[in-house]
Design a protein around this ligand. Structure first.
Ligand SMILES: [Zn+2]
Length: 69
């Protein structure tokens, strides 16, 4: 009977995120034009995609009746 090995665990050991400098299991790697590998964890990735500097709590606050001005 073959041993069941989780390929995710093997191919992706925890690495330090280039952005937040924390060790993460879940991350993406990018190759910069300078051929440097960049590690971006899912948190930093989603922060980029959502536009973290936009008012993130705006909607949530407005829904509960509080409208930030
Ligand atoms: Zn990160």
């Amino acid at each position: 009977m073959p041993e069941s090995i989780d390929p995710k665990t093997i191919e992706k050991p925890a690495m330090r995120c280039t952005e937040c400098d924390r060790e993460k299991d879940h991350y993406n790697t990018f190759l910069s034009p300078g051929n440097e590998m960049k590690v971006v964890c899912w948190e930093c990735q989603s922060r980029d995609e959502k536009g973290f500097n936009a008012k993130r709590n705006f909607r949530r606050g407005a829904r509960s009746g509080y409208i930030p001005r």
